[in-house]
Write a protein that binds this ligand. Structure first.
Ligand SMILES: Cc1cc2nc3c(=O)[nH]c(=O)nc-3n(C[C@H](O)[C@H](O)[C@H](O)COP(=O)(O)O)c2cc1C
Ligand code: SF4
Length: 442
């Protein structure tokens, strides 16, 4: 019998050769000014070679004010198009599709950079985790940012990429509008679910007006927000959007022209449930979080907590993480609820790295495809292993989240030393993203 994992997935405007997508993930590989670098191309090609059907890029800012950290390639003006064209071409050589994630961080950032110390948001309240300052967007600013997303989609199309994804998940600007826990506006963009969804629906319509009906457009959404996961008074906090809210939003998105839904969770990032880990690696976190100390109002206190009271930080995080024994497929219930309500394919993210689990999820109708980030960082060739008949990699991802806590300061790769024969081997694997080098020297 044919293996569903290797059956092509047909979207309205795109066909992907199998059901495993590389989920959005990358390191700070590019130039400070947002121009792309060879390391990002090397990074993406690793996964294309490993057999995934499509790669969904990491966060690609549509405007400088929307970036979360410097050194991520941007798509904020036409001069960026040649870089994305080169990247798409390199990925296509391995029969892999490339979907670019159009993103704006709003108030949620890691390092604000020198250009825009104050972010934009639906609200004027600082973000609750790091305390990044922001201002509530005016109607004129909303219109402007909607235009940035549409121009980003046009540029992705001109670059020959296979589609775009709206980063509508994990607490970034679109979530800041969608979320009942964050959006406190009194105008047409706040209040009811319909009003909170207006911003993203404006974006979808603006993109369709710019790129037409035949370019792939998908949306990543935090189906359940769990906004009350952290904080001293979390029991008093609102939970944010429920899956029922998100089902409604997804139906509106599809009516407005979205071709697929990518299901995630959590109203901020990182969140104890996303990327879900077996433990919070506080000691590693304390080593990299210093990079963020001067960025937000709460970052220094967080740093003292990680350094001075790691046990308290670890306990608070782990208690909020839900079932840490069942990380693989934790979002499938939400994916299923959405899939039953919309007529477009649904991709689910969260822990996927076992062929039988992925197969089961698709065969049961919980989703049409899965996306994987950390498991593919740990095993770039996981899909090829599935094709050879393995159910899992010999050294699976341990969900230790050391890659996550290193990413703000260090190059991205797998940081679980126990998975390697030696520390030197681990470091070689991390540094491999810099080969081939952009400038070979004379
Ligand atoms: C280091 C790191 C960076 C990430 N960057 C992004 C991002 O730019 N955009 C996004 O939508 N998700 C991002 N994610 C979330 C992943 O795409 C994925 O949805 C999540 O980690 C759960 O999947 P996994 O268990 O396969 O890692 C990131 C995750 C990690 C660990
Ligand atoms: S550091 Fe490696 S093993 Fe740990 S979560 Fe990241 S990819 Fe998985």
């Amino acid at each position: 019998m044919a293996d569903i994992i290797f059956e092509p997935l047909r979207f309205k405007n795109l066909t992907v050769k199998n059901r495993v997508f590389r989920s959005n993930i990358s390191g700070r590989f590019d130039n400070y000014d947002g121009s792309g670098n060879q390391a990002r191309i090397n990074w993406e090609v690793k996964f294309a070679k490993g057999g995934v059907g499509a790669i969904i890029s990491s966060f690609v800012p549509v405007h400088l004010r929307g970036r979360i950290v410097p050194n991520y390639a941007m798509i904020d003006n036409d001069s960026r198009i040649p870089f994305w064209r080169a990247l798409g071409k390199a990925v296509h050589e391995h029969d892999c599709k490339y979907i670019l994630q159009l993103s704006h961080g709003g108030r949620q950032r890691d390092i604000n950079g020198i250009e825009y110390p104050v972010g934009l948001s639906s609200t004027g309240k600082t973000d609750p985790v790091h305390g990044f300052k922001c201002e509530a967007m005016t109607l004129a600013q909303i219109k402007e940012v909607v235009g940035y997303f549409a121009d980003g989609a046009r540029r992705a199309r001109e670059a020959g990429l296979d589609g775009v994804e709206l980063h509508g998940a994990n607490g970034y600007l679109i979530t800041q509008f969608l979320s009942s826990a964050i959006n406190d506006r009194k105008d047409d963009y706040g209040g009811s679910l319909e009003n909170r969804a207006r911003f993203v629906l404006d974006i979808v319509r603006a993109i369709r007006a710019k790129v037409g009906a035949d370019f792939h457009l998908q949306m990543k959404i935090s189906a359940t927000e769990h906004d009350d996961a952290l904080g001293l008074f979390r029991k008093l906090k609102p939970k944010g959007n429920t899956v029922e809210d998100s089902v409604k939003v997804c139906q509106w998105l599809v009516q407005a022209g979205v071709d697929a839904i990518h299901v995630s969770t959590g109203s901020f990032f990182p969140h104890p449930r996303n990327p879900a880990g077996v433990d919070l690696p506080v000691e590693d976190l304390a080593k990299s979080y210093d990079t963020m100390i001067s960025s937000g109002e709460r970052t220094f206190l967080n740093y003292l907590l990680f350094r001075g009271q790691p046990r308290i930080a670890r306990r608070a995080w782990n208690q909020a993480a839900g079932d840490r024994k069942h990380i693989e497929g934790a979002n499938l219930k939400d994916a299923r609820a959405i899939k039953q309500a919309v007529a477009v394919p649904v991709i689910c993210t969260g822990g996927f790295q076992t062929a039988s689990v992925i197969r089961g999820a698709i065969e049961r109708g919980d989703c049409d495809a899965v996306s994987a980030a950390r498991p593919l960082v740990a095993n770039n060739e996981l899909v090829k292993m599935f094709a050879r008949g393995l159910d899992e990699a010999p050294e699976p991802c341990t969900y230790c989240n050391k890659c996550l806590v290193n990413v703000v300061e260090n190059p991205l790769g797998c940081y679980d030393e126990d998975r390697f024969k030696s520390r030197a081997e681990m470091i070689d694997q991390i540094m491999s993203v810099y080969t081939p080098a952009p400038f070979a020297g004379v």
